[in-house]
Design a protein around this ligand. Structure first.
Ligand code: VGL
Ligand code: ZN
Length: 219
């Protein structure tokens, strides 16, 4: 698959130490994708990044719900909400983009989840599904039509971003060796990674490995 440097953009989702093995919401092998993402950043002409960016006491934190434990799921205003350990605290060192990520080609950074009462997985909309982050307008004004997504976590922020991107009319490709998932169990006995893969495939999202990408020599 050939990268078109004018219409393709790489999206680097939530590659923050808070989601890495020694972070607050650890994703297994979350740090293993950093070299792969740096390689991708060298191949694409353009990239954007997102950061999970929560105030202390955020509604998605189990610590904000007396009697609840991290990874419990509860019904909230906008549907089922998994309660997370405190993570992605705005301004904290662990909420920065991972220090080894080469940011030279990252042209815009979208922060999400900074409203106390509202969680945010997708790079496009808060979890109420109507409050936009502004990314869609930015991508359109810049003329991009195909998004390649990588980062953390495959089954939450990458998956929700992919779904919204399809809905917005973009072609979406997930670079799976540059992603890692959280993998919670679902009520029907699957994992959230398997469920996301099925849901997204049905929407036309393609999953590739970075080795299949072809690119012209970097300018
Ligand atoms: C994420 C859970 C909570 C993610 C963010 O980046 O996938 N997951 N906040
Ligand atoms: Zn979060």
């Amino acid at each position: 698959m050939q990268i078109d440097p004018t219409t393709d953009i790489l999206g680097v989702v939530d590659v923050q130490p808070t989601f890495m093995p020694r972070g607050e919401l650890p994703v297994e092998q979350g740090d293993a994708i950093v070299p792969t993402i740096n390689r991708l950043l060298g191949w694409f002409g353009h990239a954007f990044a997102t950061q999970d960016w929560h105030p202390a006491g955020h509604a998605s934190f189990a610590s904000s719900h007396p009697g609840r434990q991290p990874y419990d799921a509860i019904e909230m205003q906008f549907g089922m909400q998994v309660l997370w350990p405190d993570h992605g605290i705005a301004g904290s060192a662990n909420a920065a983009i991972h220090g080894d990520i080469d940011q030279a080609r990252i042209e815009v950074i979208i922060r999400k989840g900074f409203r106390s009462a509202l969680d945010s997985y997708s790079a496009f909309f808060e979890n109420d599904r109507v409050t936009p982050t502004g990314l869609e307008g930015w991508l359109r004004q810049r003329g991009f039509s195909r998004l390649f997504l990588c980062g953390l976590a495959t089954d939450f922020c990458v998956a929700w971003s992919a779904e919204d991107a399809v809905q917005a009319g973009f072609q979406v490709i997930i670079v799976q060796d540059a992603c890692r998932g959280i993998g919670l169990s679902t009520p029907d006995g699957r994992t959230t990674i398997e469920a996301a893969h099925e849901r997204l495939s049905a929407l036309g999202v393609r999953f590739i490995d970075s080795v299949v990408l072809r690119h012209d020599a970097a300018a």
